[in-house]
Design a protein. Structure first.
Length: 111
C-alpha cells in the first residue's frame, strides 16, 4: 500500500473494522454484485458496515478485462474527492489496481 491507496480482494462486512484499524478513510468497491455468486456480500451490506464505521464508500463496479476510459475517469473523480487513504477492492485486487494505474497514466489523479 502507498500512503494514499491500498488494494484488496473481496472484503466482507465483518472485516470493515480491520479496514478502519489499518487507517483507511474510504472504500471503493469495484466488484459487480453477485459476480462470485450468492456467497459474495452485496455492495449494500458492505456499504452499511463501512458507513457505520465512519468510512466513506463508493460502489463502482467494473467488469474484468473490460475497463473503459469512462470507468477510469469516473474512478478518478471519486478518488480525488474521497478522504485518503482509500482501500479499493474487487475479486482479487487486480481490477482495482488496473483502474488506479490507468488513472495515474492518464494524469487524472490529484497529487
Amino acid at each position: 500500500m502507498s500512503e494514499i491507496v491500498g488494494f484488496a480482494g473481496q472484503i466482507f462486512p465483518e472485516q470493515v473494522t480491520q479496514v478502519v484499524e489499518k487507517g483507511f478513510k474510504s472504500i471503493i468497491n469495484n466488484r459487480p454484485d453477485l459476480e462470485g455468486g450468492a456467497e459474495q456480500p452485496t455492495s449494500q451490506q458492505i456499504e452499511e458496515a463501512a458507513r457505520s464505521a465512519g468510512l466513506d464508500y463508493v460502489y463502482q463496479p467494473v467488469v474484468a478485462g473490460q475497463i473503459t476510459e469512462v470507468d477510469v475517469r469516473t474512478f478518478a473523480n471519486h478518488f480525488n474527492e474521497l478522504p485518503k487513504p482509500v482501500l479499493m477492492f474487487c475479486r482479487t485486487g487486480n481490477r482495482s489496481n488496473n483502474l488506479f494505474q490507468l488513472a495515474k497514466q492518464m494524469d487524472l489523479l490529484d497529487d
